[in-house]
Design a protein around this ligand. Structure first.
Ligand code: HEC
Length: 153
């Protein structure tokens, strides 16, 4: 009993020491990993964002509860890609300006996060026209960032 308690204590201490590094942010061994991570996260976010488009364009039936649920998923996904734009992780289809002009990139990101926050707020209220307008604002903030910080293909 005593021995296993000691072992457990040792493990707990080791975990506690490692915790701030291990769980705060995803860790990347190299630039390639960071690029792969952010592109995967952006694709996932894009798929869920575009999945709402038929409803927002009036081509599919508006189901307030389903939209609210999907926006909640989107809101979580929208927190992910940015960790992949780590210091020095230039490449992929990101323009060097992401790192060279990081204040402006942060501003574009903040604009996106604010519009995303508004979308998730109004999604809970269930009014189609309000949700559609907020969705349009998010789309505009995606586009604005792509204009300045994504390589044109
Ligand atoms: C703050 C800037 C910013 C915002 C906001 C932003 N993006 Fe992007 N996005 C980028 C950059 C930069 C890339 C290129 C990343 C790379 O290749 O390293 C990109 C790439 C993508 C890709 C391609 C990923 C791949 O390589 O397969 C998709 C899809 C995408 N974005 C969707 C969206 C959608 C949808 C939104 C809004 C809901 C959005 N993005 C908002 C900056 C942004």
């Amino acid at each position: 009993m005593i021995r296993s308690a000691r072992v457990l204590t040792a493990c707990t201490l080791a975990l506690a020491a490692a915790a701030p590094i291990a769980f705060a942010e995803p860790q990347f061994d190299n630039t390639q990993e960071a690029v792969a991570y952010r592109q995967a996260a952006l694709r996932l976010m894009g798929a869920h964002f575009n999945g709402l488009a038929p409803v927002m364009r009036g081509r599919a039936t508006f189901d307030a509860a389903a939209v609210q649920q999907e926006v909640a998923v989107l809101r979580t996904l929208a927190t992910l890609p940015w960790r992949g734009f780590a210091d020095g992780a230039e490449g992929g289809n990101a323009q060097p300006a992401v790192w060279k002009d990081s204040a402006r990139f942060e501003a574009a990101l903040k604009n996106f996060q604010q519009s995303m926050g508004r979308l998730s707020q109004v999604a809970g209220e269930g009014d189609f026209d309000t949700i559609r307008a907020a969705y349009g604002d998010v789309a505009a903030s995606c586009k604005a960032c792509h204009q300045d910080f994504r390589q044109r293909r």
